[in-house]
Design a binder for this molecule. Sequence first.
Ligand code: SF4
Length: 200
Amino acid sequence: MSPRLAEGGLVGPSRRSFFKAIAAGGAGLALNDVVDPRRVRAAAAGTKLKDAREVRTACNFCSCGCGIICHVKGGELVHLDGDPDHVINQGALCSKGAAMQATHSASWRVQKPLYRAPGGDGWQAISWDEAFDKIAAKIKATRDATWIATDKVGDKEYKANRTDAIAFLGGAQNTNEECYLYAKMARLFGTAYVEHQARL
Ligand code: SF4
């Protein structure tokens, strides 16, 4: 695309300097040199993004955890872009991430916890509070039933205070702060099994 065709998004290079930048450093570097995200945003002010609120999030598809800027208007996602300030993707998105808006507004998207009762033949929607209560009760019951207070090595008995029946699985979308809290919670529950989605 010629720099002149993308008015507002480019830092006014001549056609010659645009191609010179590409030849010098490869397409990725060249675009960094000539595209100014601030000007791109300014140009968006008169478009569908006018008055839209920016919300930063992470792509939910794979373990790369690319950063996304969502543009929200009246509670609806109207547009999304790769986050140019994100350390992982630096503004880029693959085809799945770029198409994430479709999953947001899909009519078949599951938006409530679904519960299948023992012996039941179908799923029923329950509230988040109900789901949290059920999960907490199951964790407590499992922990109590499988608690290992001590381990015996030879003739000696050592304190163990753990359960081998509970594991924690983190995801690439979790922030450092969330992971810190998850790890603490896992230790409090007494499990040593803490894994990450990206290693599976
Ligand atoms: S944008 Fe693509 S590479 Fe990045 S997290 Fe999403 S699916 Fe993975």
